[in-house]
Write a protein that binds this ligand. Sequence first.
Ligand SMILES: [Mg+2]
Length: 104
Amino acid sequence: MLSEKQKQDYELALIKAYKAMSDVINERAKQDEKWGEHNHYPPLWVGILGEEYGELCQAVNETVFDNGTDKGGYENMRKEAVQVAAVALAFIECLDKNKEEWEL
Ligand SMILES: [Mg+2]
């Protein structure tokens, strides 16, 4: 049972995370619209997630090292971080959906 303070802290954390979570869910919907529903086995998800994580790393590197490209900066880092989270969310949904069939 949560204390009143814990409930307030939890609600505050939800409020703080709302914008980020909304963006992740919107990106998740865009990815479904673009690629359709995915039921990949975990090794494929790791590859997709790795690609997105690589793009996030690139956005961070281009921000830190300023190589004169347009791939760095706050907007690119945030966009790529949202895409990583959206793919991770899709992976979680896929695992949950296929848990029994794949005998995980
Ligand atoms: Mg990306």
